[in-house]
Write a protein that binds this ligand. Structure first.
Ligand code: NAD
Length: 294
């Protein structure tokens, strides 16, 4: 029997509707009060990489859709680290900004780790700051990277249980594989993380109840990697020879074996920006509740 399709389109539409409703309520609360800030997201883009520019435009569009204020900063590709840090400091202090995102990758003369570490952890809506990474691995409340959280939300909102399941993740990057492993562990899955040096990869993957592919190689995961009825989450975004977006999973083959599967496009990719909105609203609420206490 062909797999159930886990639709990122449907699930993210549901989440966006909820966020929109919450922001409409905040707008009502604000009324005519000029001091009442509404959720705001600042997006910094250094340089003119076409892929990154599309992502940034898309984020702005979705902010508009849900009612989050967006502030865009497009900097020259030769911007100095001092100037970029200066902007981050300014945004860290800005009362109208609750989320700060610096689009990666950065040009090679800028050190990503230093830049990410300069963002206030409470405004770090990408969840890449070392403090948020540490809190996540300790199972504490924090801002969680959008793509891994999107994967978990997709499972939960599709009614797929995680506790006790064996989750195998292919890929150990800092933005997907590693945080997803921590998150799945926090959800009580038994987690195996695999990578380019893993031996007997197919055999390990065939043991997975939930298999996640975050590799960056089109069609890498074939039917031989998948146990009958397993849930398959495809994080990959690759361009084929016709410039069409393709996943890391060979969908036509794997969807005949898996119990449920995310498509590409229309799967995890759509969730990532939606979760960015959710994280911005969470950062806003955290900051506001702290200010109310002080
Ligand atoms: P990355 O290049 O940083 O990491 C790739 C990982 O795959 C590495 O850990 C590597 O060890 C592993 N790998 C490579 N070849 C392998 C092999 N032969 N066998 C086993 N493991 C292998 O990539 P990333 O940033 O984690 O992204 C992975 C994919 O996910 C890319 O296609 C990327 O475009 C996509 N992505 C999608 C979203 C989204 O919103 N859907 C977000 C981030 C990344």
């Amino acid at each position: 029997m062909p797999a159930t399709i886990i639709s990122g389109k449907e699930i993210s539409a549901r989440i966006r509707e909820r966020i929109k409703g919450e922001i409409e309520e905040l707008v009502r609360m604000k009324g005519e009060n000029p001091d009442f800030a509404l959720p705001g997201l600042a997006v910094i883009l250094v340089g003119d990489d076409p892929g990154s520019s599309i992502y940034v435009r898309n984020k702005r569009k979705i902010c508009e859709e849900v009612g989050i204020r967006s502030f865009g900063y497009i900097l020259e590709k030769d911007t100095s680290e001092a100037d970029l840090m200066g902007l981050i400091d300014q945004l860290n202090e800005d009362k109208n900004v609750h989320g700060i995102l610096c689009q990666l990758p950065l040009p090679p003369h800028l050190d990503e780790f230093s830049v990410i570490s300069a963002i206030s952890p409470e405004k770090d809506v990408d969840g890449f700051h070392p403090i948020n990474k540490g809190l996540l691995s300790m199972g504490k409340n924090c801002l969680i990277p959008c793509t891994p959280l999107g994967c978990v939300e997709m499972l939960k909102l599709s009614g797929i249980g995680i506790a006790g399941k064996h989750c195998v993740i292919i890929g150990r990057s800092n933005i997907v594989g590693k945080p997803l492993a921590a998150l799945m562990l926090n959800e009580n899955a038994t987690v195996t993380i695999t990578h380019s040096k893993t031996r007997d990869l197919q055999e390990i993957c065939r043991q997975a109840d939930i298999l996640v592919a975050a590799i960056g190689k089109q069609g890498f995961v074939t039917g031989e990697y998948v146990k009958d009825g397993a849930v398959v989450i495809d994080v990959g975004i690759n361009r084929d020879t016709e410039n069409k977006v393709r996943g890391d999973v060979l969908f036509e083959e794997v969807s005949e074996i898996a119990g449920a599967i995310t498509p590409v496009p229309g799967g995890v990719g759509l969730m990532t920006t939606t979760i960015l909105m959710q994280n911005t609203l969470q950062a806003y609420r955290n900051i506001m509740s702290k200010e109310a206490v002080l």
